[in-house]
Design a protein around this ligand. Structure first.
Ligand SMILES: [Zn+2]
Length: 127
């Protein structure tokens, strides 16, 4: 797809995050609060990426997970934008930006916090 196709598919807000590496405002995603039993799919390609089983309340205002679902095509890369050194999280299936991963997640599990823009996700009920 070219960029105008992406814009049409995603809408302006998701396009800005997923294709232009933007960030949604904190506490704006309905997925910051969650009900169990959901799988979050990539809004760009509908690939399952995260599960509510792995979601936790990080208090940061973005949906937070301690890991992706098994086999999810998550790609990480170094991001030095905005004067910070962070690890960017992308959907490898459609090469869209999703958020960042930080090493301050729950120590009892993975210790990682996948801090994801909810606007990049659609929720479906787990089977
Ligand atoms: Zn995708």
């Amino acid at each position: 797809m070219n960029e105008s196709d992406w814009l049409e598919k995603l809408g302006a807000d998701a396009y800005r995050v997923m294709r232009q590496q933007g960030t949604e405002r904190p506490f704006t995603s309905p997925f910051v609060q969650w009900e169990a039993g959901g799988v979050y799919h990539c809004k760009g390609c509908n690939t399952p990426l995260f599960h509510t089983d792995h979601q936790f309340d990080a208090g940061c205002g973005w949906p937070s997970f301690d890991r992706p679902v098994e086999g999810a095509p998550i790609v990480t890369r170094l991001d030095k934008s905005h004067g910070m050194i962070r690890t960017e999280v992308r959907c490898g299936a459609c090469d869209s930006h999703l958020g960042h991963v930080f090493p301050d997640g729950p120590a009892a599990t993975t210790g990682e916090r996948f801090c994801i823009n909810g606007i990049c996700l659609t929720r479906q009920e787990a089977e």
